[in-house]
Design a protein around this ligand. Structure first.
Ligand SMILES: [Zn+2]
Length: 111
């Protein structure tokens, strides 16, 4: 944090810790109540050629990558869970991840 807490009018360290535990619970309850939409992003067919070995022995890697984006739409908050397919070539030299929604590259969400 670039500024001392006192300079920003924040409460002392111990009450800030109690408050943050409370607000974490509130935020967790809020997140659990938010409507969720799941969107799958697949690796495009053209990206399934391995540039390292030239082969097409590419296969899915686990569940891929998941990102969450919160949108406030017409008075309600909606969480979009974006599952991006990840594939890897059997040569071990190449993997590819499907593009996510454009917002991911502008405002990445850390899980
Ligand atoms: Zn390969």
């Amino acid at each position: 944090m670039p500024y001392p807490r006192e300079a920003m009018g924040r409460p002392s360290r111990s009450s800030a810790r109690e408050e943050s535990a409370e607000s974490r619970e509130r935020h967790a309850a809020l997140r659990a109540s938010i409507a969720t939409e799941e969107v799958e992003h697949h690796v495009p067919h053209a990206d399934k050629d391995c540039p390292k070995c030239g082969g097409r022995e590419i296969s899915k890697v686990g569940w891929g990558k998941t990102s969450e984006i919160y949108d406030y739409i017409a008075g309600r908050l909606v969480k979009g869970t974006h599952m991006r397919e990840v594939m890897a070539c059997s040569c071990g030299e190449h993997s590819v991840t499907a593009d996510g929604p454009p917002r991911l590259s502008i405002h990445p969400v850390m899980a």
